[in-house]
Design a protein around this ligand. Structure first.
Ligand code: HAM
Length: 405
């Protein structure tokens, strides 16, 4: 059999996984700072959830889902995104009132793999449910913006649009449909069927969009309520110093959005996949699932793309490597003492030659190697910058902590 991972998936281990650990660790901090507790939902759900939630004519649902029948004869799907599952879980809990959740985990879409587009990819995201006032939209947008800035996404840009609601959007969609019918012959083969099923998505087509610059824009057709909502979102973003670019062509790839829609773009990412995240408001989603009206807003960020964009260098996750001249069990005793003091330690459990152990120490990237001659003698400490000094084992943890400041 082949040992390669399935097409469009990746095996991620050291040292690259150190970048993942830091980027995901910072997500835990930032999402908590904005008051979003961790929420963990199933990775597979009933297929119907995505058909009803994401939209059964949406490309993600019709072409990209990993759907199978389980042994009990139920149709289930590996989640292509996290929002529908979070809303389902909220409805199942019977909770009432404002609710927040942050998630982090793999999503699955059967797409043509390329740089930044994977079949299994990792999203971090938040959902803020049963809230409708503009400050909730703004808080969510700000969280994504601050986090992406903190992890160092270069050329970060927030693109913003309003997609209207059940009052103003149906009229706009009809107007857009008539416009697209009048230009039908100019559309690409993939967009033509969308004129009937989902005309908004045509605006998102990279081939057709440049030819449709004169298409009517939703932002010019907003009803009074949507218009006031959008205005407050923009004004408050400005007050928080969150820069944004209004983009009237932004429609998003999933069908549940109403009012605010946004994307985070890494302009410097040299790939067609430069959206590092996106989100928006989805006031009708809970009802589309058959639940009570539950307005909400959220986003998801693509961690694979964030890591491509930041170009962060992997770092050693070991502080100290113990090279031992005594049996490996003694090295483990020494390592264990240091680990209990909070030091990250590795050693060679096979008790191989000193030369082999030094090679392993160097491969580990640990900034400090200690040579253990006995558990009672001072260890010989060697740092990457050339320092050599003897330190009693019992004082080593403090010595290391003082050194790293
Ligand atoms: P989405 O725009 O489909 O939104 O995905 C969000 C982000 O996930 C994208 O901007 C991208 O960075 C990443 N992503 C999507 N597909 C792939 C892929 N095949 N490979 C690598 N990265 C990918 C959603 O998923 C919504 N659930 C976001 C949301 C939350 N809206 C409201 N709440």
């Amino acid at each position: 059999m082949s040992f390669q991972p399935p097409k469009g998936t990746d095996d991620i281990g050291a040292p690259q996984s150190s970048v993942w650990r830091s980027v995901l660790g910072e997500w835990e901090e930032w999402s908590a700072r904005f008051g979003y507790p961790l929420v963990m939902n199933p990775i597979f759900e009933a297929t119907e959830l995505f058909q009803r939630g994401v939209g059964d004519t949406n490309e993600v649902v019709t072409k990209q889902m990993y759907t199978f029948t389980d042994r009990g004869g139920r149709s289930v799907t590996l989640r292509p995104e996290g929002t529908a599952g979070v809303v389902r879980a909220f409805l199942a809990s019977g909770s009432l009132g404002a609710w927040k959740g942050a998630y982090s985990g793999p999503m699955f879409r059967y797409e043509r793999p390329q740089g930044g587009r994977r079949r299994q990819f990792w999203q971090v995201g938040v959902e803020y449910l049963d809230v409708e006032a503009p400050p909730s939209d703004v808080e969510v947008i700000e969280l994504g913006y601050r986090y992406l800035g903190a992890v160092g996404v270069p050329g970060l840009e927030v693109r913003l649009n309003s997609l209207g609601d059940g009052v103003c959007r149906p009229g706009y969609v009809e107007e857009l449909r008539s416009f697209l019918r009048s230009r039908y012959e100019e559309l690409c083969e993939e967009s033509k069927p969308l004129v009937d099923t989902n005309p908004l998505r045509v605006l998102d087509c990279k081939i057709c969009a440049p030819k449709l610059k004169d298409a009517p824009a939703m932002a010019d057709r907003l009803c009074d309520d949507c218009s006031a909502h959008f205005k407050e979102v923009k004004e408050t973003l400005t007050r928080l110093d969150v820069p944004f670019v209004e983009d009237h062509r932004l429609v998003r790839g999933l069908d549940y959005y109403t009012r605010t829609a946004f994307e985070y773009i890494a302009r410097e990412l040299e790939t067609a996949q430069n959206a590092v995240g996106g989100g928006g408001r989805y006031d009708g989603l809970a009802e589309a699932l058959g639940g009570r009206r539950t307005p909400g807003v959220g986003f998801a960020l693509g961690v694979d793309r964030i890591i491509l964009a930041t170009g962060r260098e992997p770092r050693s996750e070991v502080d100290v490597f113990v090279v031992s001249e005594v049996p490996a069990a003694d090295a483990l005793v020494a390592a264990s003492r240091l680990r209990r003091e909070g030091i990250r330690v590795d050693f060679d459990s096979e008790g191989r030659s000193i030369k082999t152990q030094f090679r392993a120490a160097s491969r580990s990237g640990a900034p400090v190697t200690v040579v253990l001659r006995s558990l009672d003698e001072p260890v010989d400490v060697r740092t990457q910058d050339g320092l050599r000094v003897g330190v009693p084992l019992g004082e080593l943890a403090d010595w290391l902590k003082a050194r790293s400041g």
